[in-house]
Design a protein around this ligand. Structure first.
Ligand SMILES: Nc1nc2c(ncn2[C@@H]2O[C@H](COP(=O)(O)OP(=O)(O)O)[C@@H](O)[C@H]2O)c(=O)[nH]1
Ligand SMILES: [Mg+2]
Length: 209
């Protein structure tokens, strides 16, 4: 995809679900993964971004939420990835550990991964697993864009206060981590999300030896 072309997220189409790294599509050169605790608003955000109500199912069907779901952008070699929601209470402990291991393998080894969108309900930010993801990203040098979701649930003042609080909490990670408020209900912050994704996905591709 040339730098002149604007990425169109409404062209995203479901490609496949992978249970592990080896099942991930091999011809994707760059992808952005969406992660967040169960119920953070991940499916809704993906549906809003792609203007496709059916893209990522908003239901919490355990079978599907444990898979790494790939959505290719049109005919390109770029993709959006819906990661298994963590903190899903109904998953048995041993099963949970199994897919958490696969998730870790994906995060540590997936070459195409160029950024992580980390979604947190604006009313419950920076829970344990969010902090674990941020620690991993800092260690891996992986850029993270935090979406404080369901911003429509708070008045402007409290939303701003939370935004500043979260920005302050991640300030020591520098440019690696950015933060914004977002609402799938009124599309607040959609333009900022699109800009960040385009910045990550549309950067010139440098062939790896
Ligand atoms: N008010 C409000 N509710 C939302 C928003 N985004 C998601 N929700 C609700 O939060 C719940 C979980 O959303 P979902 O997208 O399925 O979360 P996921 O588990 O992270 O994929 C659903 O009941 C959604 O309708 C939002 O922007 N505003
Ligand atoms: Mg979901």
């Amino acid at each position: 995809m040339s730098a002149q072309e604007t990425l169109i997220y409404t062209n995203a189409e479901f490609e496949k679900s992978a249970a592990k790294l080896s099942q991930c599509p091999t011809d994707i050169i760059r992808e952005v993964a969406f992660a967040g605790r169960s119920n953070a608003g991940k499916s809704s955000a993906l549906n809003t971004l792609t203007a496709n109500k059916k893209l990522a199912r908003t239901s919490k069907t355990p079978g599907r939420t444990q898979l790494i779901n790939f959505f290719r952008l049109g005919e390109s070699k770029l993709a959006l990835v819906d990661l298994p929601g963590y903190g899903y209470a109904k998953v048995p402990v041993d099963k949970k550990n199994e897919w958490q291991k696969e998730l870790e393998t994906y995060l540590n080894r997936r070459q195409a991964l160029c950024g992580l969108v980390l979604l947190m309900d604006i009313r419950h930010p920076l829970k344990d697993f969010d902090n674990a993801m941020l620690d991993w990203a800092a260690e891996a040098g992986m850029p993270v864009h935090i979406l404080l979701t369901k911003s429509d649930k708070l008045k402007r003042g409290p939303a701003k206060t939370t935004l500043l609080k979260v920005k302050k909490a991640v300030a020591d990670l520098g440019d690696l981590v950015t933060v914004q408020t977002f609402s799938s209900h009124n599309r607040e912050g959609l333009g900022d999300l699109q800009s960040k994704l385009t910045q990550w996905l549309d950067a010139p591709f440098i062939a790896q030896e």
